[in-house]
Design a protein around this ligand. Structure first.
Ligand code: BGC
Length: 932
């Protein structure tokens, strides 16, 4: 092995470094933070080889001036020795509803960095929850009871005028809704979030958003405006309509009948006094141009009814009604139907018992997509192709006559004759309507209270062929900073990677959803646990999962089981649960801890996690693996099922192993022992029940082997090798000129390639990744996929969209489901070889795996790979390449304040197949190595 750039520690003390990347509770300058002791983190930047922190200091102040003057009136941590680049706030009580400023510096090699740039965050209600009353319109309409008729009410516009008594120096607003809302001050929108305040079980918890509105305030009279739509609270939700869940089986009004709004603005005057303007019965309310607005059904907008200046001074609201306290609409008891039967429940106002600051990055417009083509499959029907399947909305730009009706429909795919394919949307109508006002200058509209999963937009109602820029795609998702990159010599593989990242983006709408297009869009736990580690490679998902893990815990059943999806809007404290889905309660905290290094992801939920494991043990005291909940098993496998009991034994073992590891990280020795004992018992039961003397598993399926290997059922190296060989043989048996031979479903696919590599079948793993045959990721790419499909056979050349019996498309057939995209975890961790050796990548495992010289492949075997991940310590970048002379060129950049363990073969893999691996430690900096 030849090091082209030698490790050089001598320069360490000479080179300056900086302290940067300040985050608080996994967010960059958040608005709305109600943790009394938030976690503060930073990273080091600099070129010095071996750059490592020896101490840090944090200053926190109530104003920028004070911070700059070094007057830390809230907290001065003092010089604190240690390598950790994070700390919990330990200063004076943080002020409520106020901006807070902070900066940090670090020491390395005896030298202090300059202070970081000052950053600020705005606190929420640290001194208690918001106390403003929720208001509504007076709702006298009868409850919607017709399952077969759509009921789509108009959003409400709220308005309030106020005059601050003195000179305002600061104004901070907290707002929430039962429903989704947009807030305005003097005509200007507060913040840039979509769908605030997000989806929670509103009967247990709701979030409020915080805005610094100081700059939006005017002298004298001021106007607050807000629009509130049904959203998740009372709109059509998930598959409720399809399966007949919800009040009167309608699928809507799941949490309540009447949306409500809550706002409080905290004004601080120049004399130090303060005042709160809050929602109450003095606000006015009316309907506006939106005549309907629903997540699943779409939005309707009559531009002739626009109320110019409605949220600004001087607008005449005398015709508007008076708002009422939400509670005054009274009790509304209705029968609620779901899987567990019927129960009369309250659908009148219930104030959420817990109101907290929204803990994650909001959904934002992240990118705009220009249309790449327009087709006209039949006269007057124009289909815009945005070139990419995604989730979001469009900006419609057109010239129309007053009253002209334009209809927008959305689809992920087209039928062979060019028509929009909408069968797979099931009960989601996904149709927006715009009625023109007839502005000669043209008009522009974007729906605000709905979203769709789509690539194609069908536009009808135009008087002539619209131009390409009549439709622009707005890509929406939770604004988690993206953190990965992957490229290699095979363009199809690069597209697979992009497809997975796009599918994550399409499903990161406030929660990890299964799919963004059909009438589902739920936080399916099985999907989330399979994909969590991949998600954490592609984005900084700490804050995002901080939110969702609360929803997950809020949805735990009375028995203590994690549910099949979270939030769980159906059931009465009951929920469907099941093997591998419920395990999200253990697997997701573990995955997010590994990626971020922050143990709060399990310490905050430890009691619920322990209760779950005990409840599961109670129903299977001998730990044999008995059917647990719904029998999804290896969901969407290709006629190669794995028994439910087997899946349960595998996942129970995996969860017990992870619990043991997390218990150990907390120093809980007794619990470590307990879970280790369980694991030993389950392994023994596995050997007795499933393992044959010849090392095969009965009943046999590809996923049975994959799960035995991945979930820890098989620990003996010889037995593992046998299982891996048999797995490879099973894939081989089913492969052919038109078949890869893979049969695995959701559970088996994620660990398939990792387990093949781990048992000496790396070439097979690489060939599956690169295959264009059915079923494979490459088959999807070959057929035009820009996202990951729900099923291997979502579309086949043979059966089109309908599957073998022709009915699949109208039943369950999404083109944007991330579960199979979990192959990207293996692409980054194994093929490129970047993985956390310690939580948060403070120690990095660099261990690339190369296809061998005689790898057989349908196409040129991958000959180079380049990848990166933005870890909490900064970018980890690697690349490897088979050079012309057969040698291996390897390059890596290791970020400051970490170390990396690099494992490479002693001789180039293209010169000698079984060369011994050599491991060495790399210090922060850039490294270039040639293996001859
Ligand atoms: C969802 C899934 C989910 C599954 C569970 C489907 O409808 O889209 O991805 O995991 O149901 O059975």
């Amino acid at each position: 092995m030849k090091w082209l750039i030698p490790l050089c520690a001598a320069t360490l003390a000479l080179e300056a470094h900086t302290t940067t990347g300040l985050k608080i509770e996994h967010r960059v300058h958040p608005y709305g933070l109600d943790d009394p002791n938030p976690r503060m983190s930073w990273r080091l930047e600099g070129d010095a080889e071996g750059l490592a922190q020896t101490a840090f200091q944090i200053l926190v102040a109530t104003s920028q001036d004070k911070l700059e003057a070094g007057e830390a009136d809230l907290w001065d941590s003092g010089k604190t020795e240690g390598r950790a680049s994070h700390a919990r706030y330990e200063g004076k009580d943080l002020p409520s509803s106020a901006p807070v400023y902070w900066k940090a510096r670090s020491w390395a090699g005896g030298e202090a960095s300059e202070w970081s740039a000052a950053t600020r965050f705005v606190t929420g209600r640290i001194d208690g929850e918001p106390t403003a009353k929720y208001i509504s319109f007076k709702d006298e309409r009868s409850f919607h009871t017709k399952r077969n008729e759509l009921y789509l009410p108009a959003p409400r516009y709220y308005r309030k005028t106020f005059k601050p008594e003195k000179k305002v120096v600061r104004a901070v607003a907290h707002a929430s809704a039962l429903g989704i809302y947009e807030l305005k001050l003097n005509g200007m929108k507060a913040g840039d979030a979509w769908f605030a305040p997000g989806w929670t079980n509103y009967r247990k918890r709701a979030y409020y958003n915080t805005y610094d509105v100081t700059k939006l305030l005017a002298r004298g009279e001021n106007v607050i405006g807000a629009v509130v739509a049904d959203g998740w609270y009372s709109g059509y939700l998930a598959y409720g309509k399809l399966v007949g869940y919800g009040p009167h089986r309608t699928g809507r009004d799941i949490y309540g009948k009447t949306p409500a709004l809550m706002v409080e603005i905290h004004l601080t005057y120049d004399d130090g006094s303060s005042e709160v303007v809050a929602t109450d019965g003095s606000w006015k309310v009316t309907t506006g141009p939106e005549f309907e607005a629903d997540f699943l059904m779409g939005e309707g907008y009559d531009a002739r009814k626009e109320m110019i200046g409605w949220a600004a001074k001087g607008f005449d609201d005398s015709e508007w009604e008076s708002a009422v306290l939400a509670s005054s609409n009274g009790s509304v008891k209705q029968p609620f139907f779901d899987k567990f039967g019927k129960e009369v429940q309250e659908f009148g106002f219930i104030r959420p018992p817990v109101l907290q600051a929204y803990p994650a990055q909001p959904v934002r417009t992240i990118e705009e997509l220009e249309a790449v083509a327009i087709t006209e499959p039949s006269e007057g029907v124009y289909i815009f192709d945005l070139g990419q399947n995604f989730a979001g909305n469009v900006r419609l730009k057109l010239l129309g006559k007053s009253g002209q009706k334009i209809t927008l429909r959305y689809g992920e795919m087209l039928h062979p004759d060019g028509r929009l394919m909408t069968e797979n949307l099931r009960a989601a109508r996904a149709t927006d309507t715009y009625i023109c006002k007839g502005d000669r200058e043209g008009e522009i509209w974007t729906p605000r209270f709905t979203f769709h999963g789509f690539r194609y937009v069908e536009v009808t109602g135009c008087s002539q062929k619209p131009p390409l820029d009549a439709i622009t795609g707005l890509v929406l998702h939770s604004d988690t900073p993206m953190a990965s990159g992957f490229e290699c010599s095979d363009p199809v593989v690069n597209q697979i990677f992009r497809n997975a990242v796009w599918t994550q983006r399409a499903n990161w709408i406030d929660l990890p959803t299964d799919c963004p297009q059909r009438d589902e869009r739920m936080g399916w736990t099985g999907d989330a646990q399979i994909y969590a580690a991949s998600a954490a490679i592609h984005a900084d998902v700490g804050a995002f999962f901080r939110k969702w893990l609360r929803e997950l815990e809020d949805s735990v059943t009375k028995e203590g089981y994690y549910p099949s999806y979270a939030p769980y809007p159906f059931g009465h404290g009951k929920a469907i649960h099941g093997s591998a889905w419920s395990d999200a309660g253990v697997i997701v905290p573990h995955a997010v801890w590994k990626a971020t290094g922050d143990p709060q992801f399990f310490t905050n939920h430890w009691a619920a996690m322990t209760r779950f494991m005990d409840a599961r043990m109670a129903q299977d005291p001998l730990l044999k693996g008995t059917a647990f909940g719904a029998p999804w098993g290896d969901w969407l496998n290709l006629d190669d099922p794995t028994p439910h009991e087997y899946v349960e034994l595998a996942y129970f073992t995996l969860s017990a192993l992870l619990m043991s590891e997390m218990a150990s990280a907390q120093g809980l020795a007794e619990q470590v022992k307990k879970y280790d004992r369980w694991v030993a018992m389950m392994r023994e039961n596995f050997r007795k029940q499933y393992l044959q003397p010849d090392g095969t598993i009965r009943p046999e399926s590809q996923s049975a082997y994959v799960l035995a290997l991945d979930c820890g059922l098989l620990d003996d190296p010889a037995a593992r090798k046998k299982a891996g060989d048999r797995l490879a043989a099973l894939v081989g048996e089913r492969s052919g000129p038109n078949a890869t031979g893979m049969t695995t479903g959701f559970l088996g696919t994620k660990p398939l390639l990792p387990m093949l590599t781990a048992t000496g079948h790396h070439d097979l793993a690489v060939s599956l990744l690169q295959s264009r045959k059915y079923p494979s990721w490459g088959y999807e790419v070959k057929n035009g996929a820009t996202t990951i499909w729900e099923r291997w056979n979502s579309y086949t050349a043979e059966h089109g969209f309908g599957g073998p019996n022709g009915t699949m498309n109208a039943a369950m057939n999404s083109f944007s489901h991330y579960a199979f995209g979990a192959v990207t975890e293996w692409m980054v961790e194994t093929l490129a070889g970047i993985a956390p050796a310690e939580p948060g990548y403070s120690k990095i495992r660099l261990h690339p795996h190369f296809p061998s010289a005689d790898a057989v492949s349908e196409t040129d075997t991958i000959s180079w790979v380049k990848a990166h991940h933005d870890s909490p310590h900064g970018r980890i970048a690697v690349s490897w390449k088979r050079q012309e002379d057969g040698s291996l060129l390897y390059e890596a950049t290791v970020p400051p304040n970490t170390t990396a363990e690099l494992t490479l073969p002693a001789v180039s893999p293209w010169k000698q197949a079984d060369a011994k691996p050599e491991t060495r430690t790399l210090a922060p900096g850039s490294h270039k190595i040639v293996v001859e």
